[in-house]
Design a protein. Sequence first.
Length: 380
Amino acid sequence: MKPLDSVKSLRECGKPVVGCFPPYPPLELLHSMGLTPFVLWGLRGEVADAERHIQNYACSVARRLAQFVMSDANGLLDGLLFYNACDTLRNLPEILREGLAESGAVAPPMFRIHVPMVPTEQTDSSGYLRNEFESLIGSLEAHFGVRFSEEKFAASVALYTNMRDLCLQLEEDVSQGTMTFTDFSENLMSANFLPVENQVELLESKIAGSGPSLDSESPRGRVIASGILAPPNSISRLIDDAGFRVVGNDIAALHRSYAYAPETWSDVYDYYAHVYGNHFPCTTLLYTADKRVEQIMKMVSGRRADGFLFVGEKFCEYEYLELPYLEKQLKELGTSVLAIEISIGDDTAVETYRTRIEAWAEMLEAAQATTSPRVGQGGK
Ligand code: SF4
């Protein structure tokens, strides 16, 4: 279902729909308060209206989000929730408000939290985070006329934890070759636009449908895919068709989102202190930056990957600032790296990538034939 159709159908359920800025908003909290969270990434299509307000050297995530809120879904969102994820997103709420006012529309009510960007081992910021969540809960209660309850919150956490476990199981299916990376990423990205209950149903049906290994021959390369969004389907298909096995991913909209869920917690404040404190490292969570290389190296060696495919979101300075150092470390470990860049419109211009991806597959295959079990080539 397309995101716009999904918002329309969610509204028919009678619960207020809250558009959440990516990447890691507190979904369980909204759900527990009878609201439907709708994460505003993985959107597609033209951005003509947004371009009147946002420079064309902003990433596609921000431009598509703006297009969706100001134009496509104008009037359909009952609220917007955002946090200090990155500089681009931090500046968007005011742009959206002004842009909507200019066209005579009223911006939906906006809810904001500030996640402290300091390492937990350096400073205990749990008190600050608690204040932020107390204030958010108070604002949501006042605006929507709902009440927060720890019991309902625990039930929502259980649902989301189940959903994240299922994502990990499906990821394992891709790693084992019983599901294509295209099928996996397409399903998970579209699940993002469903209520969590339907996400669980979709993921369970996919797991039940997993069959024997799809490739009878050995893959031409075992790779880890990385980036902010899952690659467009057209590019994922090139990856599958080239004979790669995606044995793991470090994608913000995929693994980084579902990799961690607290096992024990005492209340909503403690839960989110764990969530943000122990999150899988992400370039947007600045306090996790030092742990990223170590985690990725662990993933590469644990999954016996011989290649690292970085699918960069054009103009995302967070990802591109890290890439040179990460690439150097990976190559020193003997892991080949291919970096490609995607931007608006690139899902229809795949031929640009075909040659590079196929050439990389040939290179990894040749390296496998001469070295065993790991390759030792840089490949950008
Ligand atoms: S792609 Fe990068 S710059 Fe764009 S919203 Fe995401 S983190 Fe921010």
